[in-house]
Design a protein. Structure first.
Length: 183
């Protein structure tokens, strides 16, 4: 009889509570993993947009430098003052900056234009090229402005801004231009 009372009916397995706890732990770990992956994808997308924006900002400064070189060599009477007069309306204190239209010849006065609103300085993507004329809206806006540093020097600023998710971002680069024409 003693033996009968000592022997219990043992069944191996998980109880319902153990199963629920295991499922909860597994779900939380999957949720944490998905959160990390989601933020990683968002950070990668931001890095890509920032890289493109910095290249577009540098392109803006290089375009003005190229226009300066061509204007002083081939147009406008080789006159630094005439070239700077094209950029005077691009002073930041007067509102929006300017845009660059690379489809015009460098001796054409329309290569740089005042942005009356941000829509005029939108950059469009057309067959891999960013421009201000045709194509699909790239989501980037580029404004260029200058600061007069003296008779023979100006500082050119190029700001590219974009919207991503719920935020607005921008990057600004600058470069100095000098009057290199010898008198």
């Amino acid at each position: 009889m003693k033996k009968f009372f000592k022997q219990k009916n043992k069944k191996e397995g998980f109880t319902l509570v153990e199963t629920l706890i295991a499922i909860a732990i597994f779900s939380m770990s999957i949720l944490a993993l998905m959160s990390v992956l989601g933020s990683g994808i968002a950070d990668t997308s931001y890095a890509k947009q920032k890289t493109i924006a910095s290249y577009l900002a540098e392109e803006g400064i290089e375009a003005v430098r190229n226009f300066r070189d061509n204007y002083l060599l081939y147009g406008g009477g080789n006159n630094w003052t005439n070239f700077i007069s094209k950029l005077v309306s691009c002073n930041r204190g007067e509102g929006n900056g300017c845009g660059i239209n690379s489809t015009f010849a460098t001796t054409d006065n329309r290569f740089i234009f005042k942005c009356s609103d941000t829509a005029r300085c939108n950059l469009y993507l057309d067959n891999g090229d960013y421009n201000v004329v045709t194509g699909n809206d790239s989501g980037f806006v580029r404004e260029i402005w200058m600061e007069n540093m003296g008779d023979d020097e100006v500082k050119i600023y190029s700001t590219v801004s974009w919207r991503q998710g719920s935020g607005s971002y921008s990057i600004t680069l600058s470069g100095n231009l000098y009057n290199w024409i010898e008198y």
